[in-house]
Write a protein that binds this ligand. Structure first.
Ligand code: HEC
Ligand code: HEC
Length: 373
């Protein structure tokens, strides 16, 4: 995959060299354009506005304790600052909450890439999974139908009366508004250290083999040997959530497993070669999204870079491209400064966050039995 990635890259560079009639050089600006900025998709404003209210509405979880924003918090680029996520009351999560910045532009979703269709399906998964929001869709529909604000907003969004299908259209529309902007990298405002880090990143450190394109990800899964987070096995609540998930996903021998198998759940190859593979995350907005990796085992970007410098972790399935890099301390710091230059504005303004908390209590519709909506 490394060869096809860099092959594509060289072809691209050749092509632009041919176009410009210049010699084959790698001017920093051309390369920066290959990686960014992120192009915003078109959005239906009325639907996105509805999706925004739904995203912050706790009534969308079974016992009205959690909204999407409980875990995906705007002040942390839609993550939660925890190694392993919270979960529906009575359970605890077993993975790190990923950023939702640019999620609308991904090719697949979740750390194991288990959903490859669309955000409509991803939204359903988050709503109905018993350890996430544990929502019964029929109940959700009844709740939102009784809120006059929703009745009006659904109508305005062209979605008719409040419905499950409408929720699963409106939330993804809001997610489409969460697009990176204002990163020094995109504004051509990188410091000399960031520029040096970028050169290492796409040069001798080999990072761009997997972290490429405007989102700095190939949307594929790889094994880089990230160590397990022991909390997953020592905390009975987390372990229980994992066991339920693994059993549902058909993981062999899941009662004795002491590791998160990652993308193995997709194809279940008998030789277990997909065990420990996880999807390449985006490298945008990392300043706000610590701790890192699918299980939050690294607290800082410097820890991540020195992990790569050692050649990644210890795993029989590890991608052969991970090897000791021999970077100096200063070079590792330059890569960190470069990674930080990929963080832009926090989307925590009224454009993205409701002005006031969405009330969970509201005036019931009078004579609702007779009222059609
Ligand atoms: C209890 C915490 C929690 C809540 C509540 C929650 N999420 Fe998540 N979300 C997560 C975690 C953890 C993952 C990653 C799970 C995994 O990889 O197995 C995730 C993954 C996602 C992803 C995939 C992102 C990617 O890049 O792969 C999207 C999109 C998403 N959530 C949207 C939502 C929406 C929309 C809601 C509300 C309907 C919501 N989430 C509610 C914790 C939460
Ligand atoms: C073989 C493909 C590959 C290469 C090469 C690679 N990465 Fe990664 N990177 C990944 C995968 C896969 C993950 C997620 C692993 C996980 O969650 O367990 C990851 C995770 C990360 C993270 C954590 C992001 C987050 O939000 O948790 C950072 C930062 C990162 N890589 C930076 C780099 C840098 C810097 C380099 C070069 C020194 C590099 N990567 C080389 C595949 C790769």
């Amino acid at each position: 995959m490394s060869t096809s990635q860099s092959g594509g890259y060289i072809r691209l560079a050749l092509f632009s060299a041919l176009l410009s009639g210049s010699a084959l050089v790698f001017p920093a600006t051309t390369v920066a354009q290959d990686f960014g900025p992120v192009a915003a998709p078109e959005v239906n404003p009325a639907r996105a506005e509805l999706g925004k209210r739904l995203f912050f509405d706790k009534r969308l979880s079974g016992d009205a304790a959690l909204s999407c924003s409980s875990c995906h918090q705007p002040d942390k680029a839609f993550t939660d600052g925890l190694a392993l996520s919270e979960a529906y009351p009575g359970s605890k999560g077993f993975r790190n909450t990923p950023t939702l910045m640019n999620t609308a532009l991904r090719a697949n979703w979740f750390h194991d890439s288990r959903i490859g269709t669309n955000l409509n399906d991803v939204t359903r998964e988050n709503l109905t999974e018993d350890y996430i929001m544990n929502m019964d869709m029929r109940l959700m529909q009844e709740r939102i139908k009784q809120d006059p604000v929703y009745v009006e907003m659904f109508e305005k969004a062209g979605l008719g009366e409040p419905s499950n299908g409408g929720v699963r259209k409106a939330i993804p529309e809001y997610l489409k508004t969460l697009i990176s902007r204002g990163a020094p990298f995109d504004k051509g405002e990188m410091s000399p250290a960031a520029q040096r880090g970028f050169d290492l990143f796409r040069g001798k450190a080999g990072c761009a083999a997997c972290h490429s394109g405007p989102l700095f990800t190939d949307d594929k899964v790889h094994n880089i040997g990230v160590p397990e987070n022991p909390d997953l096995w020592s905390d009975p609540m987390r372990h229980m959530t994992w066991v339920a998930f693994a059993s549902f996903m058909g993981v062999e021998n899941y009662m004795n497993m002491r590791r998160d198998v990652g993308a193995q759940i997709l194809r279940h190859p008998a030789d277990g070669r997909d065990i420990g593979s996880f999807r390449t995350p985006t490298l945008r907005e990392l300043k706000y999204t610590a701790p890192y990796m699918h299980n939050g085992v690294f607290d800082t970007l410097f820890e991540v870079v020195s992990f790569y410098n050692q050649g990644g972790g210890d795993d029989p399935n590890k991608d052969p491209r991970l090897r000791p890099l021999g970077l100096t301390h200063a070079e590792q710091k330059d890569i960190v400064v470069f990674l930080e230059s990929l963080s832009g504005d926090l989307l925590n303004t009224p454009e993205f966050v409701p002005a006031a908390p969405v009330p969970t209590n509201y005036d019931a519709i009078e004579n609702w039995r007779e009222t059609t909506n």
